[in-house]
Design a binder for this molecule. Structure first.
Ligand SMILES: [Zn+2]
Length: 339
């Protein structure tokens, strides 16, 4: 099969090469890949930094392939043959206390497809059967765009316990996670304010969602306290920016919950601890998602409650160009067409 193999760190260490087809081990399925997404984590693997250091080279890249099940390993129901699937990148260990509770997102021993094992930027990929999630009629590109971003924000909203009528602030609302958080919060009947660095056009937002634009955290604090003095029940911060999170926590109402779920660009967090204590605020970190949340997220996509944006598409042969251009690519999920 053809596969995008990283042999040494740096984009120049990446080449599309011919490799033996993988065979599914017991409990695994073999997926014939149609498309795979491009992710920041891939760039970390390529650079050999942060969470990417877990990858041993050579490694086939690709976290979130979508395709069709074409073979099953021992112990896997043969009825899955021909099933349209998308791969949940995070593999829970299955043996810890979090996994036993069905909170696989909180499993401390997770491994990741395309990092700890060969990924799906290839014509075929073998993954644990539980990680190949049925995608029904959802097109492969949409499923790949959704499988990481939508479940994580669903996890954030469910962990915060957002209910209809609550006032929800989404910070970092202009990005992929932010758009998904805004859409799902609105779908749950929340009164949503979407905050971003630049104005988000009303036509890009669900009906009734209000947009706030602030170039930095200081401006955001001022705008929120002026325009929404009553504060928010929930803040979902996907900005990855500590000062923005601080502004969000400051904007919480009595008993408000802030959920932080993004890779971090600026770790500094300024918190008024007396206000945090007296007003009974809560701050929660969320990463990854439970298997059941991935299934619920795909149901929301199928129902049209949230529609991931598709960005630039590249053929597998040009995957290096996709990674080189990733930082400057227009909004939307960058997609590799494998077939
Ligand atoms: Zn576990």
């Amino acid at each position: 099969m053809r596969a995008a193999v990283l042999s040494s760190h740096g984009v120049d260490g990446l080449a599309v090469a011919v490799r033996p087809d993988p065979t599914p081990a017991p409990g695994e399925v073999l997926v014939r890949v149609e498309i795979v997404g491009v992710n920041q984590l891939d760039l970390n693997v390529i650079a050999g930094r942060g969470p990417g250091t877990a990858a041993k080279l050579p490694r086939v890249l690709g976290l979130d392939p979508a395709g069709v099940v074409v073979a099953v390993g021992a112990g896997v129901d043969a009825a899955r043959l021909g099933e349209a699937v998308v791969v949940k990148p995070n593999i829970a260990c299955g043996g810890c206390a979090a996994c036993a509770r069905g909170r696989e997102a909180d499993c401390p021993a997770q491994t990741v497809v395309g990092v700890h094992r060969d990924g799906g930027a290839a014509e075929f990929v073998a993954v644990p059967a539980k990680n190949a999630v049925a995608r029904g009629d959802i097109p492969a590109a949409v499923a790949a765009a959704a499988v990481h971003s939508v479940p994580i924000v669903l996890n954030a909203l469910e962990t915060a316990g957002v209910v209809a009528g609550e006032r929800v602030l989404v910070t970092g609302a202009g990005g992929t996670l932010g758009r998904a958080a805004t859409a799902i919060a609105a779908h749950r009947g929340a009164e949503v304010v979407a905050a971003s660095r630049s104005v988000i056009e009303a036509s890009e937002l669900p009906e009734g969602v209000v947009s706030v634009a602030a170039t930095d955290a200081t401006a955001l604090r001022a705008q929120l306290s002026e325009r929404h003095p009553g504060g928010f029940d929930v803040v979902i911060d996907v900005s990855g920016n500590g000062p923005t999170l601080g502004a969000g926590v400051a904007a919480l109402a009595w008993g408000g919950r802030a959920v932080f779920c993004a890779a971090v660009s600026d770790r500094s967090l300024e918190l008024d601890t007396l206000d945090f204590y007296l007003r009974r605020k809560r701050l929660i970190g969320v990463a990854s998602a439970d298997y059941a949340q991935v299934r619920r997220a795909l149901e929301l996509v199928a129902a049209g409650a949230v529609t991931p944006l598709i960005g630039t598409r590249y053929p597998l042969a040009e995957i290096g160009r996709a990674y080189r251009g990733f930082a400057d690519s227009p909004p939307g999920k960058v997609i590799i067409d494998v077939r």
